[in-house]
Write a protein that binds this ligand. Structure first.
Ligand code: SF4
Ligand code: SF4
Length: 396
């Protein structure tokens, strides 16, 4: 890695401009690097990235894609540097210059061409629903915003169906978005493609405005944060775990099936925990289910480890020994739990990948709290794949 002042002065200036005051405030104490979960396992160094940005040095691209935007460092920085904004700004400079890592090109290409990161047919976005669930119309109270990952990823389709089934058990009036909507754009924004993010956001806003949407329910904490902070509208947005707790408190839903001592631990998704401050709702759900023996991992709540899937990490290749999700699975196994629950489709994807590669899929299962809650209502999830469906949601 060279540390010379680069001929790319323009790029350096753009990085400094984009980093703005955040870059000026940093006094290089290194707290961020000390708290970053990647530090012990990779050469990614957030303090160095800030330093290179401050000095306009070449070489940032060697480690700038390592951050999974978990927010650990932001919460610890004594100068209040919004490190994720710095990372996003730096990435934006590179992404605008067409310098994306190979593994992110398919992700961005799919978002650009199809509006979702899974190369899914846009018109089949609602195929998972098998026409069983209603589309949103203006007279409905809640829009159930289905993250692309739960619409297209075969594993996470089960989560979409579990959520819709729980909604069907409640007395809420709700509906699914039309297939015309796109990805909310959260990961895209964090990998720095701000232009494409704006395009997707505006298309979604056209739909949301046309339907006069006010209340949104999300299963993905990434969509939750995006609607709360990035769309410039005052939506009432709830993560599904919060809605379940509210329905239980109102006496509208109650778990009944006894799980007979099933040992379950819970992983706090970064975007639900540190980014949104929601720590209790998923735990309250697990603790309300009869016969669940709930155990905490050593690192939990504000201290929770990251799964590595944020900030575009879900779509980036990671070498063996450099996967946070592998470490988290080991922490979950150490509790003696046979189920690792979480509340985010990205975490589910990362952990299921890890249990397979670590060869521990017989020892521990990965479930969303909503899936466990639905089981506790004694309702089974439809497990059939979406791909055998011949219908397209035509009303959309
Ligand atoms: S913790 Fe904050 S002040 Fe310290 S090196 Fe990191 S960004 Fe700079
Ligand atoms: S946001 Fe998380 S992953 Fe990114 S630099 Fe900070 S601590 Fe590391």
């Amino acid at each position: 890695m060279s540390q010379t002042v680069t001929p790319y002065l323009e790029m350096s200036k753009a990085i400094i401009d984009a980093g703005g005051d955040a870059l000026k405030k940093c006094y290089q104490c290194g707290t961020c690097t000390g708290t970053c979960p990647w530090t012990p396992i990779t050469h990614f160094n957030i303090r160095k990235l800030v330093r290179y940005g401050q000095l306009g040095l070449d070489g940032i691209e060697d480690f700038m894609w390592g951050c999974s935007t978990c927010k650990f460092c932001v919460d610890r920085c004594p100068r209040g540097v919004e490190l994720i904004d710095v990372v996003t700004a730096v990435r934006n400079v590179y992404s605008s210059g067409g310098m994306l890592p190979q593994s992110l090109r398919a992700f961005v290409g799919s978002l650009s061409a199809r509006g979702n990161p899974w190369s899914g047919d846009p018109e089949k976005r609602n195929d998972w629903a098998r026409e069983k669930y209603p589309l949103y119309t203006e007279d409905k109270e809640y829009l159930f915003w289905t993250c692309c990952t739960v619409c297209y990823d075969p594993r996470n389709i089960r989560l979409a169906r579990a959520t819709a089934e729980v909604l069907n058990q409640s007395d809420l009036s709700w509906g699914l978005p039309s297939f015309e909507v796109n990805c909310c754009g959260e990961s895209l924004r964090k990998v720095g493609d701000l232009g494409l993010f704006e395009r997707l956001k505006n298309k979604n806003l056209d739909y949301l405005n046309s339907q006069s949407v006010v209340k949104i329910i999300t299963v993905s904490p990434h969509c939750l944060v995006t609607f709360k902070k990035e769309y410039g509208k005052d939506y009432e947005v709830l993560h599904f775990s919060e809605l379940i707790v509210r329905l239980m408190k109102e006496g509208k839903l109650a778990p009944k099936k006894d799980f007979g001592g099933l040992k379950v631990t819970y992983h706090d998704p970064c975007y639900l925990g540190r980014h949104s401050g929601v720590y209790d709702a998923p735990r309250d759900i697990l603790k309300s289910i009869p016969g669940i023996d709930f155990v905490e991992m050593g690192r939990s709540r504000e201290q929770s480890m990251c799964c590595g899937g944020g900030g575009g990490g879900l779509w980036m290749e990671k070498l063996k020994g450099e996967r946070l999700s592998d470490l988290r699975i080991e922490e979950a196994l150490a509790t003696g739990a046979t189920v690792l629950a979480t509340a985010c489709p990205y975490c589910i994807t990362m952990f299921e990948d890890s249990v397979r590669t670590l060869n521990v899929d017989e020892k521990i299962k990965i479930k969303d709290v909503t899936e466990l809650f639905l089981e506790s209502l004694d309702i089974k999830i439809d497990d059939s794949p979406a791909s055998d469906m011949d219908f397209t949601c035509k009303t959309g």
